[in-house]
Design a protein. Structure first.
Length: 234
């Protein structure tokens, strides 16, 4: 009886995981539906709190990242908002200085963006919203931090144990790749609005790249679910 029940639970878990992957594939060209599907998966992970603390904590980190990313696009373009965003860069560069991307990506993009913003302000040019993308780089660096150190942080505050997983490092790398994409978009913005050149390769394909990285994230999470001892109870 136990073997039958275990087999049923494995089948339910595997079926739902494959359904989510298939739905992700079908909704790939529909960003809104695709994003909602991913959020649904994250909510399911968070709902596993009593069963799998690792899935819960990973789902919570990624869901908060999604919510904050959406809020970043609501930031005002007023000068004080921009000043606040760029000043926050000093804080994040100091706190996250152990992350190589702080110096390889954030620092040069941050300095270049400030120079561009000053030029646009002095010349009274209608500046693009590159400060929003700077904020996305901050957010991805913070996400990388929590993915790698979630076990250390949570184990020091909670009674149950959280373990580090290979999945953490895979998601860490995806966040790093996304930072490269964002940096490329900012560079394209600066070139378009300061020269006669009009590069739009990354900008034009941004939605597809974002969906692809999300689909890979979804695949990695569900692969972990299928290969772990996590089961949806029959």
């Amino acid at each position: 009886m136990y073997l039958i029940r275990d087999w049923i639970e494995k089948a339910i878990t595997a079926t739902l995981a494959l359904v989510f992957i298939y739905l992700g594939y079908l909704s790939f060209d529909y960003p809104l539906y695709f994003d909602r599907l991913f959020i649904l998966v994250l909510l399911v992970l968070i709902a596993t709190f009593k069963v799998n603390k690792n899935l819960f904590s990973i789902g919570l980190i990624l869901l908060l990242e999604r919510v904050l990313a959406a809020l970043l696009f609501e930031i005002s373009s007023e000068i004080m908002s921009k000043v606040a965003v760029y000043c926050l860069g000093l804080f994040f560069m100091y706190k996250l200085k152990f992350d190589k991307q702080v110096f390889s990506i954030l620092l040069p993009i941050w300095l270049g963006s400030i120079c561009a913003e000053i030029y646009w302000f002095v010349t009274n040019y209608p500046a693009p919203r590159i400060h929003t993308y700077i904020g996305l780089i901050y957010l991805n660096l913070v996400t990388r931090f929590f993915l790698i150190f979630r076990g250390h942080i949570l184990n020091s505050k909670l009674t149950f144990r959280i373990s580090s997983l290979p999945l953490d490092w895979n998601l860490y790398r995806i966040a790093g790749f996304y930072n490269l994409v964002i940096a490329a978009i900012i560079i394209e913005y600066i070139i378009r609005h300061m020269t006669s050149a009009k590069p739009m390769l990354v900008y034009t394909n941004y939605s597809g790249i974002t969906q692809l990285t999300t689909l890979v994230t979804l695949y990695l999470i569900l692969s972990y679910v299928l290969n772990s001892k996590f089961r949806l109870k029959a």
